[in-house]
Ligand binder design. Structure first.
Ligand code: AHR
Length: 551
């Protein structure tokens, strides 16, 4: 429903409710949220709160992997503090080893005794951001200390499921079969299972999620969609299963390139149809990387700065991130023309604001950037969009977990802190596995000046879900100046009690650092229940969560 139409309708229904004496919207409230308990929209897959880790810059070496002999607290070489914080927010799934890196990676380099593993040139060696590295460390020459065994151990420690990205550009399909065999063949069954056991892992890893190629229109091979479709068939037909319910994910378009989607699915499903019930995911990536407000399409010049920004950039970032909902709708509609039952779901396995270089905590952190409260709001509005589309999205992964684009953690050597994105994932964890509910938000738009022209952005938006007798409501107030006095009504249930949490900063550039690791933090949010209506005072520039017990 149109937002304005809803305002009209809800004002009318408010009047009717007032007349019947049941519920009265207070005239003092400036925004309203209605949650419809009898309109479930599908289960929110826990996997949409996933993370991405690539062999790039400081993500693996420095971020995840410190080595068993390090003085930094570690578990078999894996940074212990990172694992502990990941458990706190219940990270459900982690994607690895790329990204673009995946299509130049030979998984066999990363198994067997560490001392015998080869050193290779890292894919990102050619990136302009790598030019600033004077020392040719693991960011340039990949030591393969961290391979499949170490990644699966990392996932197990964190309580997450592994999601592997397969090299389709530079390894033949048989290597994919063999990687599946190494991970999943039963104890004592194959030579690769023996090798796994010799490394200390007799039990199969039972890896279910496999991305077959990454950005295959670009760094993953520069394929035309028809070419990629025929490669995808070749790689995914008849792969060994070992009783594991494999989930195969195909590489979706550049941005919202619908032509790529139509041509891939046309090739896959028509003429010579492809039947593979394991093909369940269509990967899409959405970076908010151009904040130039239409002034340039240049990849470098269009980028904004993570720390130096003004009011207009604050809202521009949200506009860019907000596009994810339209991308999901467009892709879903196109996919439905070939897969009307929607067996294949969306996998948003890279997203986040992407700024120019300069705020990385160490020169080795290629694509490293600081994370402010602005990014936390952007991440929250993205997660809300996933929740609202729970029927469409099965997996998502924030790019990337640590020392990279939209990180939850920044660290270097023995210093470590969580960014405001961590707080968002902590708040949103209660949506995992909940039933997504239709929720209507009505609030005045925010108005601002966009290069001398009046512009607006929505004033309040969010999502709601139900687990048992708890309804979780999350919302973003993007307005830099105005708090919002919101009234929340649950249709189809009675509110018995509620409690709230807010992440807000009085200053739009606020961020954590080694010196001030808690500059941005969550705090309790005042909520009250009156006449069956919940009253919430939502701070300006904030993300909020309210947990509502229902009778
Ligand atoms: O996340 C960084 C890079 O962005 C990934 O490697 C690639 O898939 C995307 O273009």
């Amino acid at each position: 429903m149109e937002r304005r139409q809803f305002l009209k309708n809800s004002a009318m229904s408010g009047a009717i409710l007032a007349l019947s004496g049941k519920r009265i919207w207070a005239t003092s409230a400036d925004s309203r949220i209605e949650v419809f308990l009898d309109e479930p929209k599908g289960e929110i897959s826990p996997n949409i709160f996933g993370q991405f880790t690539e062999h790039i810059g400081g993500v693996i070496y420095d971020g995840v992997w410190v080595g068993a002999n390090s003085k930094i607290r570690n578990i078999n070489g894996i940074r212990a503090e990172l694992v502990e914080k990941m458990k706190e927010i219940q990270v459900p799934i982690v994607r690895w080893p790329g990204g673009c890196f995946a299509d130049s990676y030979d998984w066999k380099d990363g198994i067997g005794p560490a001392s015998q593993r080869p050193k290779r040139t890292n894919f990102w060696e050619v990136d302009p951001d790598a030019a600033r590295l004077h020392e040719k460390g693991p960011q340039i020459f990949e030591p393969n200390e961290f391979g499949t065994n170490e990644f699966v151990r990392f996932c197990k420690l964190a309580g997450a499921e592994p999601y592997l990205a397969v090299n389709l550009r530079s390894l033949p399909p048989l290597e994919f079969d063999h990687w599946v065999e190494y991970c999943n063949s039963p104890t004592g069954s194959t030579t690769l299972a023996e090798m796994r056991a010799t490394a200390g892992f007799p039990e199969p890893f039972n890896v279910r999620y496999w991305g077959v190629g990454n950005e295959s229109w670009g760094c993953g091979g520069n394929f035309a969609p028809e070419e990629y479709a025929s490669e995808f068939r070749r790689y995914t037909n008849w792969i060994p299963r070992f009783g594991v319910d494999l989930q195969l994910i195909a590489a979706g378009p550049n941005g919202n390139d619908i032509d790529w989607t139509h041509r891939f699915f046309e090739q896959i499903f028509t003429g010579h149809p492809y039947h593979n019930s394991s093909f369940t995911g269509w990967s899409i990536h959405h970076y908010a990387s151009n904040l130039s407000r239409g002034k340039t399409g240049d990849w470098v010049l269009g980028k904004g700065d993570a720390l130096q920004f003004e009011t207009v950039d604050w809202y521009e970032l949200f506009r860019e991130c907000n596009r994810i909902e339209q991308i999901m709708a467009d892709q879903w509609a196109a996919m439905g023309q070939y897969d009307p039952g929607h067996h294949i779901k969306l996998v948003v396995d890279e997203y986040g604001p992407w700024y120019r270089e300069g705020t990385e905590l160490d020169p080795t952190h290629i694509f490293g950037q600081q994370v402010t409260v602005r990014d936390a709001l952007a991440t929250a509005l993205t997660l809300d969009a996933f929740n609202r589309n729970a029927d469409k999205v099965s997996v998502a992964a924030c790019a990337q977990l640590v020392n990279n684009i939209n990180a939850l953690f920044l660290c270097h050597e023995d210093r470590f802190f969580a960014t405001p994105n961590f707080n968002v994932f902590a708040m949103y964890a209660s949506h995992q596995g909940g039933q997504s509910l239709r929720a209507e938000f009505s609030a005045p738009d925010v108005h601002y000046d966009r290069d001398g022209k009046p512009a607006s952005f929505w004033g309040l938006n969010g999502s709601a879900s139900r687990k048992g007798n708890i309804v979780t409501l999350t919302a973003v107030n993007p307005d830099l100046k105005k708090p919002s006095d919101a009234q929340v009504a649950l249709r189809g249930a009675t509110i018995t009690s509620a409690s709230g949490t807010a992440l807000a900063a009085s200053e739009m550039h606020a961020h954590n650092s080694f010196e001030s690791p808690d500059a941005v933090k969550t705090r309790p949010l005042n909520v009250s229940v009156n006449g069956g209506i919940l009253n919430v005072s939502i701070p300006a520039a904030s993300v909020i969560k309210v947990e509502i017990a229902i009778g």
